[in-house]
Design a protein around this ligand. Structure first.
Ligand code: GRF
Length: 197
């Protein structure tokens, strides 16, 4: 049973999916940390009886904030860290220290559409397909090796909100499945690749 820490900044629907799946999965979420007080994800965790913590980032350097995160996660015995709508860029040092143990979900078919305003940009470009990706985190933004992806169609006349909702529904299935693979050591990061073993 792997101990998981989840970092959130917002509503935490992906956290909710990870919580819902954990009874039948080889991981336990032992700590949820947010940099934002009142983030919806904190309430979801508390409702599930999971320890929560707010670590504000204001007034700290990125390195100071990340050092506090690192110490807290390690003190809780966390073995895998999941970013779930965590809206802070992590320092290179943090990403390297947790390499292979730090994963993120992004609402696009990476390597396409890294960064923000994903659904708007997908629609502006006239794509007919979008999706979600779970990847290992490396120092470069949204650039780590992909563990799992799921695609959804883009419908004519889609709004960014409609597309986001369609993608989010697959995110909620994809993230627990990908975390399970990492928790079972069925995939690991090796030489910049996600290697299935
Ligand atoms: C999701 O779309 C995720 O892919 C992105 O941020 C959003 C978080 O949503 N990284 P939620 O907080 O999990 O509901």
């Amino acid at each position: 049973m792997k101990k998981v820490g989840v970092l959130v900044s917002g509503r935490g629907s992906n956290l909710g999916a990870l919580i819902a799946a954990q009874d039948k999965a080889p991981y336990r979420i032992v700590l949820v940390i947010s940099n934002v007080e009142g983030a919806g994800g904190l309430a979801r965790a508390a409702d599930a009886g999971i320890s929560t913590l707010v670590i504000p980032h204001k007034g700290k350097t990125r390195e100071e904030f990340d050092a506090e995160l690192d110490t807290t996660l390690r003190a809780a015995g966390v073995e895998i860290v999941c970013l779930a709508g965590f809206m802070r860029i992590l320092s290179d040092g943090f990403a390297r220290a947790w390499e292979g143990k730090l994963i993120n979900i992004h609402p696009s078919l990476l390597p396409a559409y890294k960064g923000t305003r994903v659904h708007e940009r997908v629609l502006e470009a006239g794509e007919t397909q979008s999706g979600a990706s779970v990847h290992f985190v490396v120092p470069k933004l949204d650039a780590g090796p992909v563990i799992a992806q799921a695609s959804v169609p883009v419908h004519p006349g889609d709004s960014p909100e409609a597309l986001a909702a369609r993608v989010l529904a697959v995110e909620h299935r994809l993230y627990p499945a990908a975390l399970r693979l990492v928790a079972e050591d069925k995939v690991r990061m090796e030489k910049g690749l996600a290697v299935f073993v």
